[in-house]
Design a protein around this ligand. Sequence first.
Ligand code: HEM
Length: 304
Amino acid sequence: MSTHNYDAVRKDIAAILQKPGYDDGSAGPVFVRLAWHSSGTYDAETDTGGSNGAGMRYEAEGGDPANAGLQHGRAFLEPIKEKHPWITYSDLWTLAGVVAIKEMGGPDIPWQGGRTDLIGDTKVPPRGRLPDGAQGADHLRFIFYRMGFNDQEIVALTGGHNLGRCHGDRSGFEGPWVTNPTRFSNSFFKLLLQLDWKPRKMASGMTQFVYEDPDAEEDEEPLMMLPTDMSLLTDPAFSPWVKRYAEDKELFFDHFSKVFAKLIELGIRRDAQGAVTNTDGTLGGYVSAPKKSNTATGPPRARL
Ligand code: HEM
């Protein structure tokens, strides 16, 4: 067997996506968020953070409140790492996001392996680099321009909120954005435009936006939007993209594929053959994965 059989890993990830009893029955959304948070720490100016490293294995990054709940995603992937120990966590986490998006009906996203894992927590990116859903358009620009994204890319990336849900015990926000949160589509943009969103203060003290469907069953939870999501509607440079993505699913899929591929390559340098070149501490500050297990804190365990 080849030591780099990524197709076998893809198949094994696809096979564990269904999780009866967990959230909406799928690990897909939490894998997408894991891939995004493992990459979205990138700072272009200092060339630090990004998808090399898999620093969430360490408390310094994994314990960041912004990453609350992602331990479930990491734990779900642990059997895959055990079966294919040659793959790095940073490759596994980004690949899991890509496989999950495809399996949930989303676009193909180009993915290449070769990322390396940090050994030790001295070079994990500082906390505070991920976006705060309680804020608005200025904050989104501050966070995503730092990574090298533009306004169109910010809107396309936020379309990740077609998947999954907010959890009161993780972020303080609650509920799904769309009615079918395990099916990738452009519903997020359609609903953002069409529904009548009203602010509501949650038990956690956080204010989110909810849609109260007058025809909803009594036990049906309302759909929600974060303040950052709402800012896409009101900002003059963001809102034209919301409209275009709501009208044109193909365009959204095409742009989402490109921007997610860019996201998971943040901080990665490759030579002409695609081999990652910043693996030795001289460029990105990362060291190559050791031959045996590189589990830093032992396998994470899901608290379901
Ligand atoms: C634009 C800035 C963003 C903010 C402020 C933000 C914020 C949040 C928050 C507060 C949650 C809920 C976490 C929880 O309670 O479990 C969440 C979930 C999620 N986010 Fe984002 N996010 C952003 C961008 C993105 C991007 C770029 C993607 C992927 C392309 C993404 C994908 C997801 C997914 C899939 C979930 C659901 C996770 C689950 O079901 O466990 N988000 N996000």
